[in-house]
Write a protein that binds this ligand. Structure first.
Ligand SMILES: Cc1ncc(C[n+]2csc(CCOP(=O)(O)OP(=O)(O)O)c2C)c(N)n1
Length: 196
């Protein structure tokens, strides 16, 4: 059954509550304000496709079939920043740009195996500006690999505005899915001071 906007919002609220109660002894990066667009994008993602994400991965994980209780348990155990599931073809890393070459290699493997499936790689707008993105994008395009990038633009890298950093933003190629949103939660945590 597909995940609804309400379920996504309620899930992050539940994480917020336990985080603020000091029960999660590790950082959490919450999503918000991008439910509608993500639900739309995931309609094109096959359940056997691979999804690569980052520190802010809860919505991607839920939308790619990781069960709420399984995800919640991992988060409670301090693993919010590195949600992975072999069963659900889901991989995330909290190193900026770290997932991109892995996504590229996975796309190359799928092509060599003549698989019908794709790799989807979700990145922030600052990750999009990094050199590693541009090399991997070029390689994937030139070798016609089944790798689709999705750029999620909140114009911030933690708290540094991306447009001020680079004086302007790079143009988004037409074969990349791109959307803008305003961050609902701070970069990490919930905005409340938590004593562990
Ligand atoms: C190699 C590396 N450098 C710095 C960081 C710290 N860091 C974590 S998230 C982040 C900002 C990335 O911004 P963006 O790609 O726009 O993603 P957003 O968090 O806005 O979704 C930074 C600098 C890191 N995790 N890894």
């Amino acid at each position: 059954m597909s995940v609804t906007k309400k379920q996504l919002i309620e899930f992050e609220k539940k994480v917020k509550k336990v985080y603020e109660a000091g029960k999660i002894k590790a950082p959490v990066h919450l999503s918000g304000n991008n439910e509608d667009i993500l639900i739309e994008i995931f309609k094109s993602i096959d359940k056997n496709d691979w999804v690569f994400s980052s520190w802010r991965n809860h919505y991607h994980a839920l939308l790619h079939g990781i069960e709420e209780d399984v995800l919640f348990e991992k988060i409670l155990n301090g693993r919010s920043m590195s949600i992975n599931s072999k069963d659900r073809n889901f991989y995330s890393s909290s190193i900026v740009g770290g997932i991109i070459p892995i996504a590229l290699g996975s796309a190359l493997a799928l092509k060599k195996k003549k698989s019908e499936n794709k790799v989807w790689c979700f990145i922030g707008d600052m990750t999009f500006e990094t050199g590693i993105f541009h090399e991997c994008y070029k390689y994937a395009k030139n070798f016609n690999l089944p790798l689709k990038f999705v750029v999620e633009d909140n114009n911030l890298s933690t708290n540094t505005p991306t447009d001020l950093t680079w004086n302007k933003k790079s143009e988004i190629p037409s074969d990349i899915i791109y959307y803008k949103y305003e961050r609902l939660y701070p970069h990490h945590g919930t905005g409340s001071w938590v004593l562990f």
